[in-house]
Each structure stands twice: as structure tokens, then as C-alpha cells.
Design a protein. Structure first.
Length: 170
């Protein structure tokens, strides 16, 4: 199984909604530890500037220490693919973290929304860690969209995607 983890840049002035490394690695390790291949992508590719949570850890220190010692996980986060390098048919599902709001009109947001629409149109489950997501083209989409923005949303999104993918076909 192959899951795409899309990291989006925070909009200016919305620092409280930026994801921390703690939140990202919780979802990453949850999927990785059960044998799922996790591919990380962002609108710019390369290093993703996630903030480090201070004083409010979302995960036990052991997971943070594991990440600090895990070069392949750090490389995956620091060498993210660009959105333009992603082909929806290569993935079983996707998780989009951070904020992709309809009122943010930037090329980056448009590229991410276009990719999410393509994944949904292909019948792939997509979890979006944002309560405000609106698709521009309002196409008939076949996939499953899961949305939320709680503190542990990336991890919960990973669990939800696996639940959807593991449901027997009807």
C-alpha cells in the first residue's frame, strides 16, 4: 500500500494552524510501522519548514527521539517531492496536512487542490486536515473525503484512510 502525505505551507497570519513536526511524524510512523509506503510531497518540494512544538508535545518523547535518530524519516521530510511530480494513480490514498482553504488563492493552493480533486476523481480516499476545504470545479468526485482539524488530526486521518482502504469492496 502506498499513501501520499501532502504537506502544505501555512498561509500568512495563521501561525496557530501550522503543523508541527510532532504531528507529522505521528502519522508518518503510524503508517510506516504497519508496512505502508509513505511518500511525502509539498507544493515547493525539498525541505518542509515544519515548526517544532515547544511545551505541548503531541507525541511521547520516544517518538520525537526516534525521529531525531531516523535518518530515512528525516530525509523523507527534508526531500519532499513537488506536487507536479505526483501521479494520482501511483497511490492508494492521500492525507493533506495543514491549511488548504478556499479563500487562499495562490498557485500553491491551486496545485494542491487540483491534485486532491484528481485523487478523489480517481476514487482514492483523501483525508484533509482542515475544516475549510472547497473544490473549485465541483466535479462529480468518486472518492472519500475526510476532513478535520483537531490536534491529532494527521494521525487520525492516517487511521481513517487505512480504515477506508481496508473495507471490503461492495
Amino acid at each position: 500500500m502506498r499513501i501520499l502525505l501532502i504537506l502544505t505551507n501555512e498561509p500568512h497570519g495563521r501561525k496557530s494552524q501550522a503543523l508541527s513536526v510532532d504531528q507529522i511524524i505521528e502519522a508518518y510512523y503510524f503508517l510506516h510501522d504497519i508496512g505502508v509506503e509513505v511518500v511525502i510531497a509539498s507544493s515547493q518540494g525539498g525541505h518542509f519548514p515544519a515548526r517544532r512544538e515547544r511545551g505541548r508535545a503531541t507525541e511521547p518523547a520516544s517518538l520525537i527521539q526516534r525521529f531525531q535518530k531516523d535518518r530515512s524519516a528525516r530525509d523523507a521530510l527534508n526531500d519532499a517531492l513537488k506536487i507536479e511530480q505526483i501521479y494520482p494513480e501511483d497511490f492508494d490514498g492521500a492525507i493533506c496536512t495543514a491549511v488548504v482553504d478556499a479563500d487562499i488563492h495562490s498557485a500553491d493552493a491551486e496545485n494542491v487542490l487540483s491534485l486532491l480533486e484528481s485523487l478523489l476523481a480517481a476514487g482514492k480516499p483523501v483525508a484533509a486536515v482542515s475544516s475549510k476545504i472547497e473544490f473549485a470545479h465541483h466535479k462529480s468526485l468518486e472518492g472519500v473525503l475526510i476532513s478535520g482539524e483537531k490536534l491529532r488530526a494527521p494521525y487520525l486521518a492516517a487511521k481513517a484512510i487505512l480504515d477506508v482502504l481496508n473495507q471490503p469492496a461492495r
